[in-house]
Design a protein around this ligand. Structure first.
Ligand code: LLP
Length: 423
């Protein structure tokens, strides 16, 4: 049985009781299901296979900002993913996970010199360029090291899409991409440069996009621009149509992938280019939970609190985006419900996973999971309050594998230095 299911009254991850994982690795711990990742990959790849001919299949570049554990990257690579990166660190993780450089696309508004050099030297597939100064910077660096850089330009389509204003990236006032009015000029400029080769366009309107028609609206901007660029005498051989596919946190209506794939078939495919996609959350979000223990049940006159040992430093999404995450006990799952605020130990009121939620009654020492935490969970965690980063466990074929050991507090403190002038 795949995923997070109850077996004999205990919540399991791919047939491994979460009670066993907590006993062996402690809490808080991220637990990932390899099977769920595979199911998600197959659902997305399958929809594209149904809609597009075999020789027009997209390159599925996993956006590893969602979950960059090297084991997760390797596993997704083994399923058939390529990779999207946003930093030198992610490039290094990708290469360590066994991706070939020519499977990697580099995106982001602020690529550093050292990141550009590393990407060029590795021989990545392309840079998705977001501004004129970035284009000039890449051209200059490529010239210095004698490598021609392959670039596509990210269009800002002025379409809003993301599931929260902080993760919407396609509006005019957002920092991302180049406007419709300027993108042909960028292409023209690049074609006159010696050390870059412009080959196409990219577009990414945001994350957790549940106004799904927005994808179509953004896609529909591309044919006209491609035509104009081609009329100007340039070739367009790649279109990167981004990520943003939503997952279920609560009761969201999911994107119909077949419908999405038909938009790709009808709007993008006729442009006769290589097609690239950048799914992140969709592949890993529902494949992970944050396993935690109830430290205290604090009863007050106004509200009862479950104080758990996970906190906003481990999973920042509820605090940062007011994001909803399901919460479930690992055992005693059909206990009568009780109303709780579920909070972490950190010294600010924002350290709250949910307020006023009805959950099965829980006691001190009980285990609890925060669901849908496989994407933008661990990778956004911090050491706030000098709390060590949690362990990460990947369950595969009924077996739990520790894919990152819990950090020790000493490792954190050892990075600090006391200068000599302090007596
Ligand atoms: N491509 C680009 C250029 C991106 O900026 C992103 C996400 C993706 C692909 C992948 O998007 P996805 O398929 O995962 O939606 N921390 C936020 C999400 C930030 C997304 C940033 N960019 C959260 O926890 O909701």
């Amino acid at each position: 049985m795949t995923g997070f299911k109850e077996i004999n009254g205990v919540l399991n991850a791919d047939n491994v009781p979460l009670t066993d994982i907590a006993k062996e690795y402690g809490t808080p711990t991220y637990v990932y299901s390899a099977d769920v990742m595979k199911e998600q990959y197959e659902a997305l790849a399958g929809a594209m296979k149904r809609a597009l001919p075999a020789d027009r299949q997209p390159l599925l570049c996993y956006a590893c900002k969602a979950n960059s554990n090297v084991a997760v990257l390797s596993y997704l690579r083994s399923l058939g993913c390529s990779l999207e990166i946003v930093s030198e660190g992610e490039l290094k993780r990708g290469l360590k996970a066994g991706f070939k450089a020519n499977q990697i696309v580099s995106t982001g508004v602020g690529k550093t010199r050292s990141e550009i050099i590393s990407c060029l030297e590795a021989g990545i597939h392309q840079f998705n360029v977001e501004s004129f100064p970035e284009l000039k910077h890449i051209n200059q660096i490529a010239g210095e090291i004698g490598i021609k850089a392959t670039v596509v330009f990210r269009l800002n389509p002025n379409v809003s899409g993301g599931g929260h204003h902080k993760i919407s990236t396609g509006r005019k006032r957002d920092k991302f991409g180049i406007s419709e009015e300027s993108i042909c000029d960028a292409y023209q400029l690049a074609s006159e440069m010696e050390h870059v080769e412009p080959v196409g366009l990219s577009v990414h309107i945001g994350s957790q996009v549940f106004t799904v028609e927005s994808f179509k609206t953004a896609f529909e901007k591309l044919p006209g621009i491609v035509e104009k660029i081609r009329e100007n005498g340039h070739s367009v051989t790649r279109l990167d149509i981004g990520g943003g596919f939503p997952i279920i946190y609560k009761d969201e209506k999911l994107l119909d992938l077949d419908r999405y794939a038909e938009w790709v078939r009808d709007i993008i495919m006729p442009l006769d280019t290589e097609i690239i996609m950048e799914p992140g959350r969709y592949l890993v979000g529902n494949a992970g939970v944050l396993l935690s223990e109830v430290l205290y049940v604090k009863e007050t006159h106004d509200q009862d609190f479950l104080v758990i040992d996970a906190a906003m430093n481990d999973l920042i999404r509820p605090t940062l985006y007011e994001a909803y995450h399901g919460i479930e006990p690992v055992e005693n799952r059909d206990a009568p419900h009780h109303n709780y605020d579920v909070v972490g130990p950190i010294c600010e009121s924002g350290d709250t996973f949910t307020q006023g939620r009805d959950l099965p009654k829980m006691n001190q020492g009980d285990l609890v999971v925060v669901q849908s935490a496989g994407a933008y969970g661990f990778c956004m965690a911090s050491n706030y309050n000098t709390r060590a980063m949690p362990a990460e466990i990947l369950v595969y074929d009924g077996q739990a594998h520790e894919v990152r050991a819990r950090e020790s507090v000493e490792e954190i403190i050892d990075l600090d230095k006391i200068p000599d002038f302090i007596k």
